[in-house]
Design a protein around this ligand. Structure first.
Ligand code: OSB
Ligand code: MG
Length: 368
């Protein structure tokens, strides 16, 4: 396959409700779409970097810049482009996993579509529908939180994840557990908001039967995760700390986590995500698919990945209505608490042209 040109498209999707985490409050999802045009057809990728480098060092404008300035000149020079060749071709360029993932995703979509193969089948999916979870932001009051959790449980989400930060941790967890009972699957995500000195406080979470505690400490502070994991019964899950299969192997070996959140963007692509899945599975470590408030394109690809056998916990892959009134694709709708895994060639879903036009804020064509 030969790359003929790439369209970089910025889209802006207003969120149905602001999403507050320990990192800040978000009201609009700005995303970067990558459309590759090849001699065998087209494909779409989504870059999950955010406006600001707070969750990770990447940010949207930087991702667009590194793609146009460094990735594309390299890829235009290849005579035979295939999905497995994207990461090796870009490996001399350090970092920027979310930008790399978006380009690899677009090449996967184009290549698989021209061969009539779904991303799910290509990755090794074993399920056609998945129970999914929902990530609940920090609210002004515990009563507001209970109302939101109640609504999500009524919609049959299989797992509730509460965002926590210092001052919003034990109390909301206790209230949700007391109100909705021992049977709901409940987790928390701190997005690195704590320090080693908080371990005695965080250990109180052990009383609430959480399925996991996600990323309490800095991405590079494996040591505190190791100490915390040794002190509590609740499994520790890493998100921000894991940026490659090598990181995952290291964290597992050092017992910094017993569960891994896999986000393809964070680890440089769906193929590296599958390698982490394979490694975790070989080590008896459950994985689940994290989310970055994806548009329908990223959601379709995440569903394909999360249908692999080692994804034994519900992912942060919620129905479209939890995020957006209008998405760039047809909406994903929960049925009995489950989402269907797209089965068509490539991503199995394409943008709705009129929605895409309405939500686009900028486009740029880069020819070979
Ligand atoms: O830490 O998992 C996270 C969203 C943006 C950045 C980081 C995270 C999240 C979420 C939302 O928790 C997951 C989703 O529903 O897309
Ligand atoms: Mg997280």
């Amino acid at each position: 396959m030969k790359l003929e040109g790439v369209e970089l498209r910025q889209v802006a999707l207003p969120l149905v409700t602001p999403f507050r985490t320990s990192l800040g409050t978000q009201t609009t999802r700005n995303a970067l779409l990558v459309r590759v045009v090849t001699d065998e057809g087209e494909g779409f990728g989504e870059c999950v970097a955010e406006d600001d480098p707070m969750y990770c060092p990447e940010y949207l404008e930087g991702a667009a810049d590194v793609i146009r300035r460094f990735f594309l000149p390299t890829l235009f020079g290849l005579d035979d482009l295939d999905p497995a060749g994207v990461a090796p071709a870009l490996s001399h360029l350090r970092g920027h996993p979310m930008a790399k993932s978006a380009v690899e995703m677009a090449v996967l979509d184009a290549w698989l579509t021209s061969r009539g193969i779904s991303l799910a089948a290509h990755l090794g999916a074993v399920r056609r529908s998945l129970a999914v979870g929902v990530s609940v932001g920090i609210t002004d009051t515990v009563d507001d939180l209970l109302d939101i959790v109640d609504k999500h449980l009524s919609a049959q989400y299989a797992r509730i994840k509460l965002k926590i930060e210092p001052g919003w941790d034990i109390e909301p967890v206790r209230a949700v557990r007391e109100t909705f009972g021992a049977d709901i699957m409940l987790t928390v995500d701190a997005n690195t908001a704590y320090e080693a000195g908080d371990i005695p406080h965080l250990a109180k979470l052990d009383a609430y039967g959480l399925t996991l505690i996600e990323q309490p400490f800095d991405p590079d502070d494996l040591d505190s995760h190791i100490r915390f994991a040794a002190r509590v019964d609740t499994p520790i899950c890493l998100d921000e700390s894991i940026t490659s299969a090598r990181d995952a192997a290291d964290a597992i070996r050092r017992r910094a986590c017993s569960i891994i959140n896999i986000k393809p963007g964070r680890v440089g692509g769906y193929l590296e995500a599958r390698r982490i899945h394979d490694l975790a599975r070989a080590n008896g470590i459950p994985v689940w698919c994290g989310g970055m408030l994806e548009t329908g394109l990223g959601r379709a690809a995440n569903l394909a990945l999360a249908a692999l056998p080692g994804f034994t916990l519900p992912g942060d892959i919620s129905a479209t209505a939890r995020y957006y009134e209008k998405d760039i694709t047809a909406p994903f709708v929960l049925a009995d608490g489950r989402l269907s895994v797209p089965q068509g060639p490539g991503l199995g879903i394409a943008p709705l042209q009129s929605n895409l036009a309405d939500l686009t804020t900028a486009t740029e064509w880069i020819g070979r």
